[in-house]
Design a protein around this ligand. Sequence first.
Ligand code: ZN
Length: 398
Amino acid sequence: MNAATCPACGGEECEVARRYSEVPAFQFPVSAELGREVVARDLALHICRSCGHLFQPTIDPALMKLIYEKYYAFYSFDTLQETSQVYRRSFMSMFDMVAATLGDIRRQTLLEIGCSKGESLAPFRELGFACLGIDPSPLLGSPQSDDGIRLISGYYEQIRLPEKVNVIVSRFVLEHTIDAMAHVGKMSDDLVDGGLVFVQVPNVAYYVDEPQPFFVAHEHAQYFSLRSLVELFASKGFAPVTFYESGQPSIVACFRKQRSDGVVRIASNVYDRWTAYAAGVDAAEAALAPIVEQAEHRIFYGCGLTFWWVFLITAGRAARDARLIDDSPASWGLWAPTYCVEIVKPDAKCFDGHPTVILTLSAVYHDRAIERLRQYGRPMTVVRLSAGRVERLELDGR
Ligand SMILES: [Zn+2]
């Protein structure tokens, strides 16, 4: 049975890939007050056989309003300096490389969709582009047309541009769009012939190959791999110029508005790996959930994606008498929404009584975290997910 039509390639052979129950509507630390309020809802991911695109076929507008207008006041991705800089760097290195081939940039206009505060346009202005930014965020600020940056407050889909632009930049926007084809179709309408789009989105192929057991969010309707991204843009008359994604948590790609001959099929299909991925997640879940639930004195280390997954697979039971520690001072005193666990600064006393410490921060920080735990000089059991397998490590406290 066809579950839905693929929003990326229009393919009709789509099926349910995975169902998640009671996913909190916001997965970043918030105030204690808001923490109690954040709702949890079921979420179903569908997958397209033809291009491997993953998507939510239905989105609840009332839930989106709550997320964007209320919960997003606590959105902390921009403040996670380390993370956002890594993403920005990979975007700008591709942009600079292609921009160097563009000729006289001072005659060109650039539009950024979802420019957030408007400051993100400064590097493009420095290169010489006349810049236009569109964002619905109240943080946008006032227009500064005198210094070559114009800002428009609102949603891109609803804004009619005064003239066509040469370049469009879209960073971490497309995964939020409900009608991705209409969105990319508008990009084509707004671009001159031969104009370029630079796009950055999370790379679902990375999560599947890593493997990362949990990567969904209610406000993300679309989960692209390179293949589905290329199919989406090809369907609206774009040809790929260059891309950077292999082994990367995000895809950075550049497309040109030009007629291309036939369908471009590049990159492998995530659909072919999904069944094995899902079986691996089920096995990890079956191994980890009892360890977490049976631990007498449990400490979660870090508010990363694994944290939300552990609470999901234990239906929130992991929260009972749990402590949540984090190294980032910005999150101390805040709470994990829905489950209502306070995030505290770790100190040696936390680790009295031989606790079980579950590493729930990003795997790239695991080695550093284990080293820190050793320095507390207390016996403890460390549990982590490594390459999809549950690992247990005993620290003897010496
Ligand atoms: Zn598809």
